[in-house]
Design a protein around this ligand. Structure first.
Ligand code: GLU
Length: 544
């Protein structure tokens, strides 16, 4: 067989491979510098798994003085969505992931193009070379041929796929090949595998440690009929010529590792290191399962932005899951920039990691409680600007008022802070009663008629200039007037003697003014609301 002639016939326009090595030279970086990448498909769906890998890649690259780049794997047009690249960048930027190079990134473009669809000439050059070497061949099998092959193999309990004796087109004669080509039959290009599945290879995975893989013997497709490479082939070419040193990717790719090992060897490229990252799992009742796009809104990164999660809190949780010693470091260094933590690939989880939204919520509350009122204000504003209603936007008109509200609802900085705020969305809802008269739920157990008497009597005695103590003595007076206990000890011993206690009275007032039964100090709230607003709310509650 004249392979050279076949290569010319199949890819007449492909350039020679000479020149690519010097066009994309090894990077000029320090000894231990790592080059890592994120290589998403532009499907428009950016998920927690992407962020998980992105944080690891970012830390590994930047901590070693290396490079993180963004490559867009757009070989599958069916999955492509407009605006997807912007979406990736924005989603990751929110979590402070900064790329040094890549698609739509301002940076060095030595290793561009960053979109796989724009790299056809490089792929074609190397496919042509493999054909010329007799290591790749055209396959004319149709979809039907392949599915009937699969059926036969399944019926015979054999491994499915295109390999060994089943790789029909591998053994076509020169004549047959040219006859098919002349007849215009569509074809793909397959790798002619030299592997033997009897051979087991010991492989050192940067995350999983030593694993054993079986040599590949599948004649996988490297170039599809439309001239676009498969993931496998593009991965080998791109990560070689972009000079990636460490490929961190989801463990779903582990099964393809033997193929990649053979491709790198056949192409005569040095193998990068690989780390296969464990999947994020969710505890669902009794079972532990992978987070699912359909069932779990928290899988999408959009979720965290829409809810207004504090990016640092998400990052802290991700780091906790990524590196077993992070939590301890963080407890000792809560104020330090997260980048001072030394990230190590060797400490990444080897098997499924449990993602627990409640845990994240706890971390969020703690982290938000560290902010000053001013910082909280800008955090909330950023969320409200993007997702808030017009009425929520108006909360930011009077900043002094808002700062008073935040100082009260968060508690004084330095002292023990309240930990009520979890996300921007929830925090903004929590303080809404300072800006909009609340809808008062009828949740207190005190009868309607008595409630009105309490409200009327308290309103009559209300003086906005009262200090907290005087204010409370008036609440007590109202309580006594209607037979409520003010002596809590006695109330606990003889609850049957009273309709309730002074705290029930305070609750009636609290709900009337705030719409909530649990708030910071009520006197302080009334002070912030002001005299006329406080009165208006009490009056409204009476009328209702
Ligand atoms: N495009 C692949 C994916 O989104 C990239 C896998 C890799 O990082 O190599 O799963």
């Amino acid at each position: 067989m004249n392979y050279q002639k076949l290569a010319e016939r199949l890819l007449p326009d492909a350039p020679s491979v000479d020149g690519f090595e010097s066009k994309y030279p090894p990077r000029n970086l320090g000894m231990n510098a790592e080059v890592t990448r994120l290589a998403p498909s532009p499907t428009g769906f950016i998920h927690l798994g992407n962020l998980f890998v992105a944080i690891a890649n970012e830390r590994i690259a930047h901590q070693s003085g290396g490079v993180l780049f963004l490559r867009i794997e757009d070989t599958d047009l069916k999955r492509k969505v407009d605006g997807a690249v912007e979406a990736v960048k924005n989603a990751l930027c929110y979590f402070d992931i900064k790329f040094d190079e890549g698609a739509e990134i301002e940076g060095d473009n030595t290793y561009a193009p960053w979109y796989q669809r724009q790299r056809a000439d490089i792929y074609h050059a190397f496919v042509k070379k493999l054909i010329a070497q007799g290591r790749a061949y055209p396959c004319f099998c149709t979809e039907e041929d392949l599915s009937s092959l699969r059926e036969t193999q399944t019926a015979q309990k054999e491994i499915t796929g295109y390999y060994g004796k089943y790789a029909k087109c591998r053994n076509l004669s020169e004549d047959e090949i040219y006859r098919n080509l002349d007849a215009g039959k569509p074809y793909v290009i397959r790798l002619k595998s030299m592997g033997n599945p009897e051979n087991k290879i010991k492989f050192q995975d940067a995350i999983k440690g030593e694993i054993t893989v079986t040599e590949n013997d599948q004649d996988i497709v490297i170039l599809k009929s439309d001239g676009i490479p498969t993931y496998h082939f593009a991965h080998a070419i791109d990560d070689h010529f972009m000079r990636t040193t460490l490929v961190i990717r989801g463990e779903e790719w582990l099964a393809s590792l033997p193929i990649h090992l053979e491709l790198f060897q056949t192409l005569n490229f040095a193998l990068p290191r690989y780390g296969h990252n464990c999947s994020l799992m969710k505890q669902d009742g009794e079972i532990r399962r992978k987070l699912s796009k359909r069932k779990d809104p928290e899988l999408s990164l959009e979720f965290y932005r829409q809810e207004g999660y504090f990016a640092r809190a998400v990052k802290i949780y991700m780091l906790t899951l990524l590196n077993s010693n992070f939590e301890e470091w963080y407890l000792k260094n809560p104020e330090k920039p997260l980048d001072e933590f030394h990230f190590s690939v060797g400490k990444m989880g080897k098997s499924g990691t449990l993602f627990d939204l409640d845990k994240l919520n706890d971390i969020s509350k703690n982290e938000l409680a560290r902010l000053s009122a001013e910082e909280m204000m800008s955090f909330l504003k950023a969320w409200v600007d993007e997702y808030g209603t017009d009425s929520q936007k108006s909360y930011f008109k009077n900043q002094e008022y808002l700062l008073n509200v935040l100082n009260l609802t968060m508690g004084t900085a330095g002292k023990k802070r309240r930990k009520d705020f979890m996300t921007a969305k929830q925090a903004v809802e929590l303080i809404s009663y300072f800006f909009e008269a609340p809808v008062c739920p009828d949740e207190s157990r005190i009868q309607r008629a008595i409630k009105n008497q309490i409200l009327t009597s308290f309103l009559a005695s209300y003086d906005h200039t009262d200090d907290a103590q005087t204010w409370f003595s008036k609440v007590k007076e109202t309580a006594t007037t209607y037979g409520f206990a003010t002596d809590m000890k006695d109330y606990k011993l003889n609850p049957q003697n009273y309709p309730g206690s002074v705290s029930d009275v305070a609750e009636v007032l609290r709900i009337a003014v705030t719409g909530k039964s649990n708030t910071p100090d009520l006197w302080s709230i009334m002070q912030i609301l002001g005299d006329s607003e406080t009165r208006a709310r009490l009056e409204r509650a009476i009328e209702e």
